[in-house]
Design a protein. Structure first.
Length: 68
């Protein structure tokens, strides 16, 4: 990660969402809350309280490889 990277913080609603991102390599940004243009270098995955003791933090980031 570079100091100049633009990062989009993504909400993972459940541990299952993290598994989808990790295993399948994609994250869907809900249209209702999506910015008009997504031009970022990395995604940071916020884990809420549904993650139990691992909630309330960002543990994982990933580079953006492609957009559609």
């Amino acid at each position: 990660m570079r100091d100049t990277d633009l990062i989009l913080v993504c909400l993972l609603r459940s541990p299952r969402d993290l598994e989808i991102a990790r295993l399948l390599g994609w994250y869907r940004i809900p249209l209702r809350s999506a910015p008009k243009v997504v031009a970022v270098d990395r995604l940071a995955f916020y884990q809420p309280a549904s993650f139990g003791e691992l909630g309330g933090r960002i543990e994982y980031t990933a580079p953006v490889r492609a957009t559609s």
